[in-house]
Write a protein that binds this ligand. Structure first.
Ligand code: NAD
Length: 284
């Protein structure tokens, strides 16, 4: 039976280190959150960010904008925060109104203040193996893998999903560890090859958003399974992996909820503190 990789417990340990980092900065780092319109999911997420930030000694400043804010106004506001020496990191809560170009908004955040690590410059640095700020969910996955203590060198790893903020950066970070990485996606499924890839994975990372996509019997005996997917089925949250059967075969597995999710916010705070340290150095 697999050991559970409980994100919350691991997050609490990492938070202890972040708290010490914050103390050593010599100033209170500031994270600016921007929320547009009313969205209960975003508001819940903001509340959890705010609570964790407070516990770490980070000042979380929330800016509430109207839902119909023009794109130029939102970008101008972000540029003001970019120039504000007292602000160390910026996060724009999604979703934005459909008429707003999400990519343009993300590009307007200074890469040095990009707490989520989703600016193209930061994602590009992940590809080059030179990232200071890593997309939060990708670094949460790497933390969970690190926690298992398994060496990734030469391991057969399969990543399912190739999104810019999860699948692709996770695959790059795994390559840096010299794992043998296969990236699967909708094309792999439609070609009928997904099962074959998953069956040989010693480490499996799934980030798709389809409940039950990965059958429990596909999991290799002793594999490490990281399920990033979040799906709401009949009021209950589940991942992409058939958890009950998979846990009988895996050595480690993340539950959903309670696996990757709780670590993601902690990684956001770690990015923020890293940005604050860098900016502190620049200002002498
Ligand atoms: P996305 O929604 O941008 O893309 C989905 C990916 O899945 C694509 O690469 C697509 O090719 C692949 N895919 C779709 N159908 C497939 C199939 N049948 N077989 C194989 N691959 C298939 O991806 P995302 O933004 O990385 O989100 C993926 C999931 O992870 C979602 O459920 C999302 O809610 C969740 N997520 C969780 C966290 C967290 O902190 N826990 C963070 C980000 C995303």
């Amino acid at each position: 039976m697999a050991k559970l990789l409980e994100g919350k417990t691991i997050a609490l340990k990492i938070q202890e280190g972040i708290r010490q980092e914050v103390r050593s900065l010599g100033f209170t780092p500031v994270l600016a959150g921007i929320i547009t319109g009313e969205n209960s999911a975003s508001e819940t997420y903001v509340e959890s960010q705010r609570k964790i930030a407070k516990g770490l000694g980070i000042d979380y400043q929330l800016h509430k904008m109207k839902a119909d804010i023009p794109e130029e106004e939102l970008v101008a506001f972000i540029e003001k925060l970019n120039a504000d020496k007292l602000v160390n990191g910026i996060i724009v809560l999604m979703p934005l109104a459909p008429r707003i170009d999400r990519k343009k908004v993300i590009r307007s955040i200074s890469p040095d203040k990009d707490a989520e690590g989703i600016h193209p410059a930061n994602i590009g640095r992940v590809l080059l193996g030179k990232a200071r700020i890593v997309p939060c969910t990708a670094s949460a996955v790497m933390e969970l893998l690190g926690y298992t203590g398994i060496g990734l060198y030469g391991k057969e790893v399969v990543v399912v999903g190739w999104s810019e903020i999860v699948g692709k950066p996770v695959a790059c970070l795994l390559l840096e560890k010299l794992a043998t990485v296969s990236i699967c996606h909708i094309g792999t499924s439609e070609a009928g090859d997904l099962e074959e890839y998953v069956r040989r994975a010693e480490v499996l990372v799934v980030a798709v958003g389809k409940a039950g996509l990965i059958k429990g019997e596909w999991i290799k005996q002793g594999a490490v399974v990281i399920d990033v997917g979040i799906n709401r089925i009949g009021g209950k949250l589940v991942g992409d992996v058939d958890f009950e059967k998979a846990q009988e075969r895996a050595s480690y597995i993340t539950p959903v909820p309670g696996g990757v999710g709780p670590l993601t916010v902690t990684m956001l705070m770690r990015n923020l503190v890293e940005s604050a340290r860098f900016q502190g150095k620049l200002q002498g």
